[in-house]
Design a protein around this ligand. Structure first.
Ligand code: GRG
Length: 315
């Protein structure tokens, strides 16, 4: 059982399987198209100096990925009745930071992977130095876009900038990666694994969700609290599923090298708990995420569906 989240009450298959999946799938398609277009608009053109860096930034960011973090921002925006033009900025910023993390994560000095989203990693397509700069520039662009957004109020921008900065820094993703590197080759406890993933993967998922909430002009404290709880549970579920997929799926399906964790001698939920218990944990975390949304009606459906999307994904 997860150390952070206690077991939820009834977690039946029916509870975890949302209805009206067709409408949700259409919404996902629309939002994936939207985020692609908004990212494209906000990324510097590859014709602008320095052309090679800009081309590499676009290569790393556009045309791939499930866009889970943007979807979380949009779903929480809907939940909190935000105008979607205000949520765009949050969705773009989290996807830029995510792309940055993938580029750096693939570098030889980090996880050293040649394949990402079914194509050569950025440092393989370009070179290590360019990949380093791509990450740096994507990070700056994320903060720049929030700071200069014309739809958001100043207080909304400050809240988003703060959430994103914390999620990206030493108390978030960068810190989680540092812990991951320190742990490599060691056998860690489930509690230690959880702390690492809450930082490395969970922090950005949490920020994406709350930034969606902050894109609403309404205060909605109860909804923000629910989004906070939901995102912590589903962020960890995301990572448990990632570990399961790394051990079960093939490279072609994943679009990145399968079996990387075992190869790198990393502790994962699968090595620690075994496949069946890891699946049970993902199930439990999924149910726990849904309990956060229990007091709410249809306005929470996109988040409920996303929880299912995250735990049922195949890549
Ligand atoms: C980026 C702050 C910062 C520092 C660099 C490299 C690094 C330190 C952190 C690594 C963070 C990282 C890559 C975590 C893994 C998260 C993860 C499971 C990524 C896969 O996410 P998906 O499945 O990917 O959403 P797609 O391709 O669908 O977008």
């Amino acid at each position: 059982m997860s150390n952070l989240f206690s077991a939820s009450a009834a977690s039946t298959e029916a509870l975890l399987t949302p209805v009206n999946t067709q409408a949700f799938n259409a919404w996902v398609g629309d939002m994936q198209l939207r985020i692609e277009q908004v990212l494209d608009q906000h990324m510097p053109s590859a014709d602008i100096v320095p052309q090679r860096l800009h081309a590499a930034m676009r290569y790393a960011t556009l045309g791939g990925g499930k866009r889970v973090r943007a979807l979380l921002a949009y779903a929480t925006g809907l939940f909190c009745q935000a105008d979607i033009t205000k949520t765009d900025c949050a969705a773009v910023a989290v996807e830029l930071i995510h792309a940055f993390s993938l580029v750096h994560d693939d570098l030889p000095c980090m996880d050293n992977d040649d394949l990402r989203r079914g194509k050569p990693s950025t440092h393989k397509q370009y070179d290590d130095a360019t990949a380093l700069l791509v990450g740096d520039a994507l990070q700056s662009l994320a903060f720049q876009l929030i700071a200069k957004d014309t739809h958001l109020q100043e207080a909304q921008k400050i809240n988003m900038l703060h959430l994103l900065a914390v999620a990206t820094g030493s108390r978030g993703m960068a810190g989680g990666q540092a812990i991951d590197l320190e742990n490599t080759g060691l056998s860690v406890s489930q509690a230690e694994l959880e702390v690492m993933h809450l930082h490395k993967t969970g922090a950005l998922i949490h920020a994406a969700t709350l930034m969606g909430a902050y894109s609403s002009d309404q205060e909605q404290l109860e909804k923000r609290r629910a989004a906070d709880h939901f995102s912590k549970a589903i962020g960890l579920a995301f990572q448990v599923i990632d570990d399961i997929l790394d051990s079960e799926a093939d490279t072609a399906t994943l679009g990145k090298t399968a079996g990387k964790d075992a190869q790198a001698k990393k502790s994962t939920y699968v090595t620690l708990l075994g496949l069946n218990k890891a699946k049970a944990l993902a199930y439990e975390l999924h149910a726990n995420a849904l309990t956060a949304l229990a007091p709410f009606g249809q306005e929470a459906d996109p988040l409920r569906h996303l929880a299912h999307f995250i735990t049922q994904r195949r890549f």
